[in-house]
Design a protein around this ligand. Sequence first.
Ligand code: AMP
Ligand code: ZN
Length: 447
Amino acid sequence: MLKIYNTATRKTEELKPLSDVVKIYTCGPTVYSEAHIGNLTAYIYWDLLVRALLANGYKVKRVLNLTDVGHLVSDGDEGEDKLEKGAEREGMDVWQIAEKYIAKFKEDYKALELLAPEVWARATDYIAEDISAVDAMSANGFTYETADGVYYDTSLFEHYADFARLDLAGLQAGARVGFSDEKKNVSDFAVWKFIHEGEKHAMRWDYLGRPGYPGWHLECCSIIHKELGEPIDIHCGGIDHIPVHHTNEIAECYGAYGTKLANNWMHCDFITVEGEKISKSIGNTFSLADLNERGFSAMDYKMWVLSGHYQGTRNFTFDSLEGAKARRLNWRNQIAECYQNKVAETNFDYTTILGAINNNLGSPEAFALIDEAKLSLDDWKKVDELFGLRLIADSPNISDEIRELIDERQLARDKRDFGKSDDFRDLLASKGITVKDTADGPVWQYI
Ligand code: AMP
Ligand code: ZN
């Protein structure tokens, strides 16, 4: 069965879901700008996780949130709300920005052939739940009010530092000189923010007699509590979420409900692009549309992502993307061979592929095994189901029209009319097909 690396225990362990329906929560995007390829890696890895669970006979209930309020540019409690920043940049209001980038994210999601979550949860649809969670945390004595909002007193949750192995004393000592706001501890964080006179924040709700909005981490706690019920089986996110965002989600859940948020945590590592951190200032925040412009499909990118491990620090290069594209084309041409009955003997063992995936999502090992094996069309269908690479959908058998063109080309060649056969070759190429002349006669391939 499936073994995963659990960030909470720092061990690779067999997954023991609480029931046959595995409850998964994935921290989703902040919908204020287009996702870059780094942002998208997480959803590709967690799609493999879901597909692996389904392949092992589980059902899955997965929730993916869309952050449309409360995530500040600092990733902490200061600075502008990212949605306000997006609205300013594009001359739209925050609600329009959210709509625009939710739609864009869902387009990317579809283009990447990712299985839709059972619930798409938009943060602003859970404000009532956020408010009851803050009420509960306050009733349980975990919060205090400052001029800025309602803060969580992290010193009151004795396990606060455990998840991320935080050195709280070190953090406190290293806090800014003159750290003089009203926070009691440097790790305390806002669960609810107040909006002051004149402050620009269009998304606002009345609570405690004044306008405000939820702190960033609260949505995940509220959505999980409402849609899944804690503890969930697996909580996923990027590695950057460990020290603050996930640590604070755990604290909020404990503070509000006295419960454990998740039994297992999975985190994927970051990618660099051509050796550099992804950043707007470097100009390497490529989107799927940018890759398309350079001749690569979303599936080529997915192939690149899955050819590495989710816990590895990966360096994306256009050369390596070219390699992933070629590998996928090679797989598709093996499907073409199946249509042409050119695969005499198959030696594919699906259980070894699933075994590699069951070993903490070992997609690089699984891909290497696929490279070495001879697969039947049915085997390719199974591979496609496990990885969602549109191998079959993008590799249709040829139509009667193309078959005729191939025959015409052969006829011209037989008559040594190479001018004509070249015309047919070009026509076939315009339809994405090439013909190789082999000892066994012509074999068509995709290009
Ligand atoms: P951002 O919009 O930069 O805050 O990114 C949103 C999320 O995308 C982050 O919290 C990360 O988990 C993920 N992410 C951002 N950059 C990368 C990257 N270079 N590689 C992988 N994941 C990333
Ligand atoms: Zn979250």
